[in-house]
Design a protein around this ligand. Structure first.
Ligand code: FES
Length: 352
């Protein structure tokens, strides 16, 4: 009751959604990187590997709850005084977390990006970052043990990360065939030793490392009762979804890559539907989301209005937005956005 009242007062007078958020800078003196609503995690290891990948081992604070294999987290880090958040799948298994309370992220560096190129140099050992609770539905769908259906996994590029977690978790739970096809540029495949070791230990598991052209020249054959898991570029996922449907197989995918943009031509006005906390609003691509939602009395928070204070944060569950400061177009999955600098490009589902 007291904390609810304090949080309401905080929202009225300081625009912080929780009272404790008002004292963030003070708490951070004793607990580095403490942030209201997020978990702290300490950086234990950062290693650059072939193909411009970075492997990061984190030790989340003990209140963080173990993930399910295949789930992702939001990783928030401070670079040059700015907080940046991106979504990454956890590559390590829940078993690893149970054993040593660590999780591992394997991240492809995009040299044109603002986040990933800084990871290897800016994240020092024992420094702190923030992570969200684990989330996502891209997990094994068969609840019966042992798993009965043949399992086919298709990974493109960094789409290998959920597959590694799922493999480590479930490979011992079945004797049915498990096949992984991992598509990446030549000499950029990650986890090769780990995959070889799994194949040695488990005769029902086989895998192929392929380039995109090898994948195209060697079509997959799917059985009708297969469970097909796919994570990678949109084109790969669409192809495999069609193949799975034609074969009568079950198809599951992770939605991280870019979905088709409804219209990114700012000169042409389009109208989209924005669902916020379950309520529908309309918005145009000619104005930022904050102004449009405010004008419809949506429960949004305004601070600076220019992308600095982060008080207009909200969680985009699906849909595409363009960051008006950077020009970056989001992917279609879940991520934190700032309403005052976000232009809607498609229908959106969001929550505050
Ligand atoms: S209102 Fe300050 S960042 Fe959006």
């Amino acid at each position: 009751m007291l904390s609810t009242t304090l949080n309401k007062l905080s929202l009225w007078f300081s625009h912080h959604s929780a009272f404790s958020g008002y004292f963030e800078p003070v708490i951070q003196r004793v607990k580095p990187a403490w942030r209201q609503g997020l978990y702290r995690a300490q950086v234990l290891n950062v290693t650059k590997t072939i193909g411009s990948f970075v492997h990061i081992t984190l030790q989340p604070q003990h209140q963080w709850k173990a993930h399910k294999a295949g789930q992702h987290i939001e990783l928030t880090a401070e670079f040059n005084g700015r907080l940046l958040t991106r979504i990454f799948t956890i590559a390590s298994s829940p078993e690893q977390y149970a054993k040593d309370k660590t999780i591992t992220l394997v991240i492809k560096t995009n040299e044109l990006g603002r986040f990933t190129p800084q990871l290897a140099d800016e994240l020092t050992i024992n420094s702190w970052v923030n992570i969200s609770a684990a989330q996502g539905e891209f997990v094994f769908q068969q609840s019966n043990k042992p798993l009965e259906n043949p399992i086919v996994m298709l990974a493109g590029g960094s789409g290998i990360t959920p597959m590694m977690s799922m493999l480590s978790e479930h490979i011992s739970a079945t004797n049915s065939p498990m096949y992984l096809r991992y598509i990446a540029p030549l000499n950029e495949h990650q986890f090769v030793e780990q995959l070889e070791s799994l194949a040695k230990q488990h005769s029902h598991f086989t895998f192929d490392l392929m380039t995109r052209s090898e994948h195209k020249s060697q079509p997959l054959t799917l059985l009708a009762n297969s469970d097909v898991y796919c994570c990678g570029p949109q084109g790969l996922m669409s192809d495999i979804e069609t193949l799975s449907k034609d074969a009568g197989a079950n198809f599951y995918q992770e939605h991280f890559s870019l979905a088709p943009i409804v219209n990114d031509d700012s000169a042409t006005e389009i109208e989209v539907t924005v669902t916020l906390n379950g309520n529908a609003f309309t918005a145009s691509n000619q104005q930022n989301l904050l102004i449009q939602l405010e004008s419809q009395n949506a429960p949004v928070i305004r601070g600076c209005g220019i992308g600095v204070c982060h008080q207009c944060h909200c969680t985009k569950k699906s849909g595409l937005v363009k960051n008006l400061l950077t020009g970056d177009v989001s992917d279609s999955g879940e991520q934190i956005i700032q309403l005052c600098i976000s232009q809607p490009l498609s229908d959106l589902e969001m929550s505050i």
